[in-house]
Design a protein around this ligand. Structure first.
Ligand code: ATP
Length: 546
């Protein structure tokens, strides 16, 4: 069998077996190739290679054994090979069967929804476990009540309308199984709708989730793209062993809480009866201490065991607290062994948690561990624009760029800076923020960020902006893609530094001062004649100054 055929069939197989999110996240980006008689699965970075090796290598080997037993072994590497798009590469019968597979997948998902929403067990129905010895943990996996996440059922035909109808029925109070045929056409009255809304709001408040932390309000960029994709996948299919636990870590203010709460809110949107609970580890600690003090073990156990999704924020705070860690270990085991989803956030990688129990550290890495990185410039601008828009204020592009350039570390600080600018804007009874207003409102931040402008700084900014190398600016190439940015860099050097024309020429690979003078004149003219170039120049001025 040829590699192309093998991969086309493998894609079809994986597409039918994995969730759409898993497929899109891990499999779709793969390219393949042949090297020295081996078949190579290429991924774009080491993280992706590791992910493939740990999560999919066994499955891929099994498929290879089955459909191409004489084919070479598969090896995994960072690199780029040939991409086979499923729709184009497969035969007509393949795409036909692909459709069938997709339908099968939607049946599975709707069944999960059915299961989740019709499971009516409540805390009071839970069997109680007893504390067997003073040292015994409160939560013992073997005794703990079984309240499973739904398992996939097979064949009932379910359409998208069924799913919608199911979701609608979840909005009505409690009567799902008692609806008679004639009542099916019953339209809920305004009172029923108001009651259902009130119930939903009450259920939501018990989850401890902030309603504003959703995927809609979460801006995505390089720093959180992968984490957001995994998060959405979990909301769609909580408890999948690949992402259980989901361990999100990163410095303060990067959006860990927002991201993990968005999972809870999304799951509740998909299924109003999913049992979700968010808590800060501090709350877990306090509740546990109160339990020890008051000996209210049963209440403590029942409080946690029936959730489908438990989110604990800032898990690092339980470090060094031996009994709490022990208890948490059994809570974790309970969730994991029953495919109930657990999500943890932390300020550092599990292995860096020096005072955490070893068995917990190893378990934290069983599922998916993802770091949130500080937002890059474009993402910061996007966040600012979206947040200003949400309060009905227009933030002009250069003002957004200016704020984003000055506040780089984390999103919380970015929000703080924006709030100051918004306050000034409202005080002046304006509806638009321009660069003057932003500069004025953030003077102190700008002053503390002050760095002298050097010619190297200018060259780097211009090279980055135009996606060329610094060496191109110094070299002899005269193609337009290089020559124009070089002229721009010279003009910027003239405007932003005190350097003489000969000194600038010298810094640009020993060029004559007349070359610099020509560049300055050309750019001055082009800034008027070519508005796009003019805007690029303005943006570079802001970038370099800030
Ligand atoms: N990608 C994002 N899009 C929109 N808003 C964001 C994003 N990331 C963070 N925020 C906002 O920034 C603020 C801080 O985020 P959050 O509290 O989630 O950070 P954190 O990483 O949990 O911080 P800490 O570790 O200090 O608890 C919140 O108001 C949040 O809504």
């Amino acid at each position: 069998m040829m590699l192309a055929d093998f991969w086309a069939q493998t894609l079809r197989r994986l597409h039918s077996e994995l969730s759409e999110q898993q497929f899109q996240l891990a499999i779709a980006p793969i390219t393949v190739g042949e090297e020295n008689d081996a078949w190579v699965i290429y991924a774009k970075n080491q993280f992706a290679v590791n992910l493939l090796r740990s999560q999919y290598a066994a499955k891929l080997s099994a498929i290879r054994e089955e459909i191409a037993p004489n084919a070479p072994e598969l090896i995994y590497k960072v690199g780029v090979g040939v991409r086979y798009e499923m729709a184009e590469e497969v035969s007509p019968t393949f795409s036909g069967s692909l459709k069938t597979q997709n339908q099968a997948k939607s049946i599975d998902k709707s069944d999960e929804l059915d299961n989740l929403s019709t499971d009516t067990s409540s805390e009071s129905n839970l069997p109680k476990t007893s504390l067997q010895s003073p040292q015994a943990p409160l939560l013992q996996p073997e005794n703990a009540p079984v309240d499973k996440l739904p398992e996939k059922k097979s064949s009932r035909k379910t359409t998208a309308q069924d799913i919608l109808a199911e979701r609608m029925s979840n909005l009505r109070p409690n009567k799902k199984n008692e609806v008679s045929e004639e009542n099916k056409s019953h339209k809920p009255s305004a009172i029923e709708i108001a009651k259902a809304k009130e119930d939903a709001e009450q259920r939501h408040s018990q989850t401890n989730l902030s309603p504003e932390y959703t995927f809609d309000t979460l801006v995505e960029g390089k720093g959180n793209h992968l984490a957001a994709a995994v998060a959405k996948s979990i909301a769609e299919k909580p408890g999948d062993s690949m992402y259980n636990p989901f361990f999100v870590y990163g410095s303060t203010g990067l959006g860990k809480t927002h991201l993990v709460q968005a999972i809870g809110n999304e799951l509740l949107k998909l299924n109003t009866k999913a049992r979700v609970r968010y808590m800060h580890s501090d709350e877990y600690l306090k509740t546990f201490m109160a339990t020890v003090r008051n000996k209210t073990w049963d209440t403590f156990k029942q409080q946690y065991l029936h959730y489908n999704l438990l989110i604990i924020d800032d898990i690092q705070f339980i470090q060094g607290k031996d009994r709490t860690m022990e208890e948490f270990f059994f809570l974790f085991e309970h969730f994991h062994s029953r495919n109930q989803q657990i999500i943890l956030t932390c300020d550092q990688l599990p292995s860096s948690l020096e005072n955490m129990e070893k068995r917990l550290i190893s378990r934290f890495s069983w599922g998916m561990t993802i770091k949130l990185e500080p937002p890059e410039l474009e993402m910061r601008v996007d966040i600012l624009e979206r947040k200003a828009e949400a309060v009905g204020i227009t933030l002009l592009e250069d003002a957004a760029l200016f704020i984003a350039q000055n506040v780089k570390q984390n999103v919380r600080e970015l929000e703080g800076a924006l709030n100051r600018v918004l306050a000034r804007c409202r005080f002046e009874k304006r509806t638009t923020i321009d660069i003057d207003l932003a500069t004025d409102a953030l003077q102190d931040i700008v002053a503390s960020n002050y760095k002298p402008i050097t010619i190297e700084l200018i060259m780097k900014a211009v090279a980055d902006y135009h996606h060329i190398r610094m060496s191109d600016l110094l070299g002899k190439k005269r193609t337009r893609t290089v020559a124009r940015p070089r002229q721009m860099a010279m003009a910027l050097a003239k405007e932003l530094t005190n350097m003489s024309l000969p000194a600038i020429g010298d810094a640009f690979g020993g060029r004559d001062h007349t070359t610099v003078m020509h560049a300055v004149k050309t750019i001055a003219k082009l800034r008027i004649d070519e508005p796009e170039l003019g805007q690029d120049y303005e943006k570079l001025l802001i970038l370099i100054r800030n």
